[in-house]
Design a protein around this ligand. Structure first.
Ligand SMILES: [Zn+2]
Ligand SMILES: [Zn+2]
Length: 85
């Protein structure tokens, strides 16, 4: 069992038990605002998994990494599948 996590893995501030979510990619907990008036940082965002149509959350570092990988994939596809002349 992993150690109980008490700090946000994104910003390393103490987690607010009311405003927390678990990243679907790295499974670590981070600050997620459940109320727009809450005084907590936003360290991730909700997202919809297109394969399962379920809602999950992704932390900011994973979100940025996935976006960069998606961009690289798009570039790779462009170079490996050139459009017909
Ligand atoms: Zn945080
Ligand atoms: Zn993550």
């Amino acid at each position: 069992m992993p150690e109980p996590q008490t700090n946000c893995h994104v910003c390393d501030d103490p987690l607010d038990p009311e405003h927390v979510a678990r990243c679907a990619v790295c499974f670590r907990q981070f600050h997620q605002k459940w109320n727009i008036h809450a005084q907590v940082p936003e360290c991730g965002r909700p997202f919809i998994n297109p394969e399962t149509c379920t809602m999950g959350f992704v932390c900011r570092p994973c979100d940025e990494r996935l976006a960069a990988e998606a961009e690289q994939d798009a570039q790779r596809q462009q170079t490996s599948y050139p459009p017909p002349a």
